[in-house]
Design a protein around this ligand. Structure first.
Ligand SMILES: N[C@@H](CCC(=O)N[C@@H](CS)C(=O)NCC(=O)O)C(=O)O
Length: 203
């Protein structure tokens, strides 16, 4: 498998999961501005939508969209229990969480990256985003992970929350989220993924 990633992007979450599962994979770096890749071809030929993450399977299929990639990977090694079995109520709950992260947290904060959006609009975006973080903080004040044990949703949430300093948002305002970041950030898979991404030269 090949994982197309960009620095400091949501592609870190499938990368962490690949390492948690101990699956063999190749990393290909994408320059999100030029859409060039470290293997020399345009990323648009891989994912015409132009955004990471993209996972190219050994049979040539290209899988995109974080929640789909995360669940696909977890199902390759069900014994690692990074996602409950398909068809169970617990799996539906995981999908609920992944959808919340992707639509309310990930997409919810994405406008804050833009230099073209006026500060006043960003303030409105932040107000709603903070409410979502309040909800997550309440959840994680009662438990260490989003579900019973570490799983794909935790890797995704960790990745998105790691952007808060870029937006000058201090995570200490949400103590349970700050502890969560320390907890997931200390996992060997997370540390290895961050180091491996850093080691691929920029394109
Ligand atoms: N809906 C996609 C969104 C992915 C996404 O927003 N990727 C960002 C990085 S976090 C990206 O590559 N943006 C570059 C672009 O849109 O041109 C998913 O959930 O995987």
């Amino acid at each position: 498998m090949k994982l197309y990633f960009a620095a400091n992007a949501c592609s870190l979450s499938p990368h962490i999961v690949l390492r948690e599962l101990g699956l063999p994979f190749e990393l290909v770096r994408v320059n999100n501005k030029t859409k060039q890749t470290s293997e020399g071809r345009s990323f648009l030929d891989v994912n015409p939508k132009g955004y990471v993450a993209a996972l190219v399977l050994d049979n040539g299929e290209v899988l995109t969209e974080g929640p789909a990639i995360l669940q696909y990977l977890a199902d390759l090694k069900p014994e690692k229990m990074l996602a409950p079995a398909n068809g169970t109520w617990e799996r539906v709950r995981l999908q609920e969480t992944l959808n919340f992260i992707t639509s309310e947290i990930h997409a919810g904060c994405a406008p804050l990256f833009s230099s073209e959006i006026p500060e006043g609009v960003k303030d409105v975006v932040k107000e709603k985003f903070y409410k979502r973080l309040d909800n997550l903080d309440a959840t994680l004040s009662r438990k260490d992970y989003l579900h019973d044990e570490f799983g794909v949703a935790d890797a995704y949430l960790y990745t998105v929350l790691s952007w808060l300093p870029v937006f000058s948002i201090d995570i200490k305002r949400w103590p349970a989220l700050a502890r969560f970041q320390d907890r997931i950030g200390a996992r060997p898979s997370t540390r290895a993924a961050l180091a491996a991404e850093e080691a691929v030269p920029a394109v």
